[in-house]
Design a protein around this ligand. Structure first.
Ligand code: NDP
Ligand code: GDP
Length: 342
């Protein structure tokens, strides 16, 4: 039986990957710092008792080594991160400590305690930053635009370096945005779908958001963890982009999610005065607030995952409108006390 250690297992990807690996017969160890996330995702997936929990904080080298010595994993998936871009502008040092130096602590500990283990780093499309609107592939230059992206850039290159200089089987998944009913509520897709469900049930009037013009490549997290697992099953370690190849604005996501909930939304006005109005009732359901703008945003991110298709046989199947619809359905089910499809 293979042993896998997943850091940040209480987060979205950690929960989905835990389920996938349990289904594949792995002995799964979930490492987290027992922070805000709690176990709700694992509980919704019905696997909270099957994952063996290990205390691990990427800020603390001692317990990283203790965890690796205890588990002696065959595969390590590093998801632990301060993963929210907006917070990274307010907490750049903590973000770097966790996302950058934390990965140095982890890789160094892997090198010393279990150098044969296969290592996956959750790298990000945010690395590309302001490199224009063309589809990004594994050879596109990086130009990060936030402390989050800069911290992840260090971790990305360090992973490459431990592969090249230390001979570790270490890979980066350059992950474009991937969402699901298990996504954190601070991210725009889940923020929108939770708000719409509450609006629909009369529990909330409207929702305030930031930059409606940002263009993102949004896929389904449940499928992305399969790509991450496949990454570690190859004869040779390498880096892969995981993306859908489709790009849509935040504005489109909002309209599509409202439509999935049976509400026709129309955009009226411009700039900070722009509003999303329910065509049927005339009620304002979406407004713009400066609070949610970033000091520097990434205008457009779209990925070319053809290498993943060619080598891993992986492809994103769920695209934009189906993703919005399944997230909307899950949110309404939760409010109705029904079981969520995950
Ligand atoms: P989440 O934010 O849902 O999960 C991150 C997890 O890391 C949380 O459980 C968090 O716990 C934990 N964590 C935070 N700090 C530490 C620490 N110091 N030590 C140990 N654990 C810690 O992220 P996702 O599941 O969405 O993403 C997984 C990874 O993929 C992240 O690294 C993210 O940056 C990266 N990524 C994600 C993308 C996406 O679209 N989802 C796109 C590109 C990259 P707590 O609740 O205590 O903070
Ligand atoms: P990110 O791509 O990892 O930063 O994921 P997010 O879901 O946090 O943000 C995606 C895009 O949506 C970014 O360009 C944000 O600026 C934009 N956006 C617009 N309004 C909001 C909002 O209210 N919350 C968040 N999180 N993002 C928003």
């Amino acid at each position: 039986m293979k042993k896998a250690l997943i850091t940040g297992y209480r987060g979205q990807d950690g929960a989905y990957l835990s389920r996938l690996l349990l289904e594949k017969g792995y002995d799964v160890y979930g490492a987290d710092r027992a922070g805000d996330a709690g176990l709700w995702r694992l509980k919704e997936l019905g696997i909270e008792r099957q994952v063996k929990e290990i205390d691990l904080d990427l800020l603390e080298p001692t317990n990283i080594t203790d965890a690796l010595e205890k588990v002696r994993p065959d595969e390590i998936y590093n998801f632990a991160a301060q993963s929210f871009v907006l917070v990274s502008f307010a907490q750049p040092v903590l973000t770097a400590e966790i996302n950058a130096v934390g990965v140095a602590r982890l890789l160094e500990s892997v090198r010393k305690t279990c150098p044969k283990a296969r290592f996956f780093q959750a790298s990000t499309a945010e690395l590309f930053g302001s490199t224009g609107s063309a589809q990004k592939n594994e050879t596109t230059d990086f130009h990060p635009r936030s402390p989050y992206a800069v911290s992840k850039l260090y971790a990305h290159w360090l992973t490459v370096n431990y592969r090249q200089a230390q001979g570790l089987y270490a890979c980066n998944g350059i992950l474009f945005n991937h969402e699901s009913p298990l996504r954190g509520e601070e991210f725009v897709t889940r923020k929108i779908t939770t708000a719409i469900a509450r609006i629909k049930k009369g529990l909330q009037d409207k929702v305030a958001v930031g930059n409606l013009d940002a263009l993102r490549d949004w896929g389904y997290a449940k499928e992305y963890v399969e790509g991450m697992w496949l990454t570690l099953q190859q004869p040779k370690a390498d880096d892969y982009i995981l993306a859908t190849g489709e790009v849509h604005t935040v504005r489109e996501f909002i309209r599509t999610a409202f439509a999935a909930a049976g509400i026709k939304l129309e955009w009226r006005g411009k700039g900070l005065a722009e509003k999303g109005v329910d065509v049927k009732t005339g009620k304002v359901r979406v407004e713009i607030s400066k609070e949610f703008y970033r000091p520097a945003d990434v205008k457009e991110l779209v990925g070319d995952a053809s290498k993943a298709l060619k080598v891993l046989g992986w492809q994103a199947k769920t695209k934009f409108s189906d993703l919005a619809a399944l997230m909307m359905d899950a949110e309404l089910r939760r409010l109705e006390g029904k079981k969520v499809k995950l």
